[in-house]
Design a protein around this ligand. Structure first.
Ligand code: THU
Length: 129
């Protein structure tokens, strides 16, 4: 967990968030023990911005990872930056209900969830049959 928190906190330093000023970092531990990081990447065309979690998921897939074993999200100091609704669905593609989600700020965990608590009764790959 400490490794994930540190990685998410470090990734946050590279966030490109000139419009919101809200820098976010994320780190994913995959099923093989690989670590993948991401940060939010905003755009002058605002809706095209990408969340930190989505960046980290892309890094995991590009590196050959297949499943999320744990994920950490680091928001600005004093915040509790839980994944947005869209990111919950993106995480759902690669994470089961028991996957731990660590929310961090100031380099420490400020909240911890099981992913299933963040997205109950979800639609996922298994639903497709
Ligand atoms: N953001 C994330 O990167 N992850 C989240 O879970 C919540 C929001 C980003 C999107 C945008 O760049 C900024 O934070 C403000 O919404």
């Amino acid at each position: 967990m400490e490794r994930l928190v540190q990685a998410a906190t470090a990734a946050r330093e590279n966030a490109y968030a000139p419009y919101s000023g809200f820098a976010v970092g994320a780190a994913i531990l995959d099923e093989q023990g690989g670590l993948h990081i991401g940060c939010n990447v905003e755009n002058a065309a605002y809706p095209l911005g990408q969340c930190a979690e989505a960046t980290a998921i892309g890094a995991m897939i590009a590196s050959g990872g297949h499943a999320i074993a744990a994920i950490a999200v680091a928001g600005p100091p004093g915040t509790r930056c839980t994944p947005c609704g869209g990111c919950r669905q993106k995480i759902r593609e690669f994470a089961g209900a028991d996957v731990p989600v660590f929310i961090c700020a100031d380099g420490v965990v400020v909240a911890e969830y099981s992913f299933g608590d963040l997205l109950p009764e979800s639609f996922g790959p298994e639903t497709m049959g």
